[in-house]
Design a protein around this ligand. Structure first.
Ligand code: SF4
Length: 363
């Protein structure tokens, strides 16, 4: 079969009443039938029952790299949220097809910056600062059109795995970084790079600024956006955990607020958190400040360690990651070529790819 004649799924008659065990066997059978023509990418925050179906399991950086490297796959199913599947669509070959099993799985943080807001901010900044001196850096958690904005304006994409490198890349090419949409990842990255507080400024798209002076002075312009899952962790949670479990290790994600990150023992992406937990000796007590599905999977994986989520009674669940069910995955694979495909307009894909490839070249 040549690359222009992609095989699509035949009609499938699955009984609607399969229980989870039968549904998993059904999905496994479908996957086996497709062989190496199908690749499944699964983010760490997916439901426990979804993760084992991933050919590749990881954070958005790793999964975007895997999407770009698939030679044989005709169909790539991304068990994650919309911006991740969009990035895979942009990075893989044109004839490959990319799917999101549940099309309602978005990212509220990514939605906190839209095209019009970023265009308006850029225009306002341009009235006061030469925008050639400003390098836009977008978090992976953003729409393809904003990744394209970065590509077209000499900018780059980053994930929580490589934000410091992306900032350094930007500072090698300009005087200021314009980072969106996560204020907290931006703040924590600026802290790690030793950028003084008075050289940062916050752009609030809901209340656009009128005084340009702080923006003229700043080296880092942050966007007022956040992840509702990670900003739920507090210093109080850390103090409580340390009081209850002397010697406890606390590891958090850099989307957490600055004061939480500052008091944790370690901070990093989901891939970093998984490695950190693996590296702790048997008998360790570890509290994790990230999405509950990863924490609970790590707790199952390392029964010789006591692992729990940092916030105690609150459940840090990303409802969007949780949307993808076994039924969604089954239906998606049953209908490859017919449903749930992710498309990105070619002009947007071209510029977004530029920014994503700059990121992939960082390491
Ligand atoms: S955990 Fe937060 S940043 Fe990640 S997909 Fe969910 S809402 Fe978005």
């Amino acid at each position: 079969m040549n690359s222009m004649t992609i095989q699509t799924a035949p009609t499938c008659d699955r009984p609607e009443t399969l229980d989870d065990v039968a549904l998993k066997a059904h999905i496994r059978g479908l996957i086996d039938r497709w062989g190496d023509k199908l690749v499944i990418l699964a983010h760490h925050y997916q439901r426990k029952e979804i993760v084992p179906f991933g050919n590749f399991i990881g954070d958005s950086y790793y999964l975007s790299k895997m999407a770009a490297q698939q030679e044989k796959a005709e169909h790539i199913v991304f068990c994650g949220v919309h911006f991740m599947a969009e990035s895979a669509r942009i990075l893989c070959r044109p004839e490959q097809r990319v799917y999101l099993p549940n099309l309602r799985a978005g990212c509220p943080m990514a939605d906190m910056a839209d095209d019009a807001q970023v265009d308006d901010a850029w225009e306002w900044l341009g009235q006061h600062i030469d925008t050639k001196k400003i390098i836009p850096v977008s978090y992976m958690n953003s729409a393809a059109s904003l990744k394209a904005f970065c590509g077209a304006n000499g900018g780059i994409i980053c994930t929580s795995s490589n934000a410091e490198k992306a900032f350094q890349w930007a500072f090698a090419r300009g005087e200021k970084v314009f980072f969106f949409p996560d204020e907290h990842l931006g703040t924590n990255t600026a802290n790690r790079l030793g950028i003084p507080r008075d050289e940062r400024v916050l752009f609030d798209p809901m209340h656009p600024p009128t005084d340009p002076r702080p923006f003229i002075k700043a080296r880092v312009i942050l966007w007022k956006g956040f992840c509702h899952v990670h900003t739920n962790f507090t210093v109080g949670h850390i103090e409580q955990a340390r009081q209850n479990y002397p010697g406890i290790k606390i590891v958090v994600h850099p989307e957490c607020k600055e004061d939480v990150v500052d008091r944790a023992d370690a901070v990093g992406s989901t891939a970093f958190i998984a490695k950190y937990v693996a590296a702790q000796p048997a008998g360790s007590i570890i509290a994790i400040g990230t999405e509950i599905n990863l924490t609970s999977r790590l707790a199952d994986e390392y029964p010789d360690k006591t692992i729990f989520e940092l916030s105690g009674q609150n459940c840090p669940l990303c409802v969007n990651m949780f949307r993808t069910t076994l039924g969604d995955l089954a239906e998606c694979i049953e209908n490859l070529g017919h449903k749930n495909e992710i498309q990105v307009p070619p002009a947007i894909a071209r510029d977004a790819r530029l920014a994503l490839e700059r990121m992939l070249e960082l390491s």
